[in-house]
Design a protein around this ligand. Sequence first.
Ligand code: ATP
Ligand code: MG
Length: 350
Amino acid sequence: MFSFLNRKSNLLGLDISSSAVKLVEMGRKGREYCIESYAVAPLPEGVSNEKDIIEPEPIGDAIRKVMRESRTRLKHCALAVPTSMAINKIITLSASVPPAEIEAQMAMEADQHIPYPMDEVSYDFEVLGPSMHNPDMLDILLAGTRSENVEVRVAAAEMAGLTVDVVDTETHALENVLRKLTNELEQYESVAVIDFGATMTSITVFEQGRLTFSREQSFGGRQLTEQIMHRYGLTWQEAGLAKKEGNLPENYISEVLDPFKDNMVRQLHRFLQFYYASSQRESVSQILISGGCARIPGIDEQIQSVIGTPVKVVNPFAQVALGARVSPVRFTGDMQALLIAAGLSLRGVG
Ligand SMILES: Nc1ncnc2c1ncn2[C@@H]1O[C@H](COP(=O)(O)OP(=O)(O)OP(=O)(O)O)[C@@H](O)[C@H]1O
Ligand SMILES: [Mg+2]
């Protein structure tokens, strides 16, 4: 079930996050990519613990809702397992290993690198090409997870009447959207993409265009929403809305938002330390930020001034056309949070 294969026909990309279900349908008009439709539906409290799904039924309901709201006609989808639940490993084999033997070799590698009994594991691999350090070797990406992480997500999609054709990892969905829609990965010697979500924050690093490091940790905009609730006596919904619209008392910026932004910078700093410790590098050439919290005004400049690396808010959709079913204003407000869903949908677009 765990499968990287690209499909020929269009697919819905379904991002089941900790706070919402996001659907994106991408297509192609001539040489141009197009967002045919999209929708986002929030998930009720208690559906998942961070990204561990506790109840699939409310997710099935939210998927039905995004399908209705997006007015898509597609019934086949791609979904992803979170970075924190997936094992990604670059395996290097001799380039002389015949293609027919790669599969058997990778089964052995999977057994060695995925720390669960093999009958509880789903995995797949993708040949990336000649090794960066030695052209006589081949880099092969191995990705795996516990099968239960796949099954619970597939069950939720099937409850909504969808057929799941592709199960990917969030890391690769992110890579796919950046690779197909931008030249950000090739442009820099090394680039770190930081996604600040609702409960989780992830870092994905690319060196010379190739994915080399990913990590996900508990931190996100939910903490800011909770602080607003407690501080100003608002409900969860009111606090979430006030945060986006900015209509809060004057002391909000200095006493609530600024400390949260400082915390975002600290989290990023820690992530970079993990990366440096694992890579023998001491810097990255560019930082890209994404996720809903990337919309917080001035966060890019603040990160740049503290960390000292160029920072920008990623926008893979700058050259993408919007279909008739997509409201440009709404899309502009949501797009930083749609990268995973778009990357998944692009698995079905050549
Ligand atoms: N304009 C905005 N200003 C501040 N925060 C925002 C804005 N828009 C969205 N957010 C916050 O971004 C978070 C949602 O981001 P995102 O959609 O990337 O998370 P998610 O993918 O649902 O969650 P996760 O990745 O943690 O599972 C929420 O906390 C939301 O309040
Ligand atoms: Mg997310």
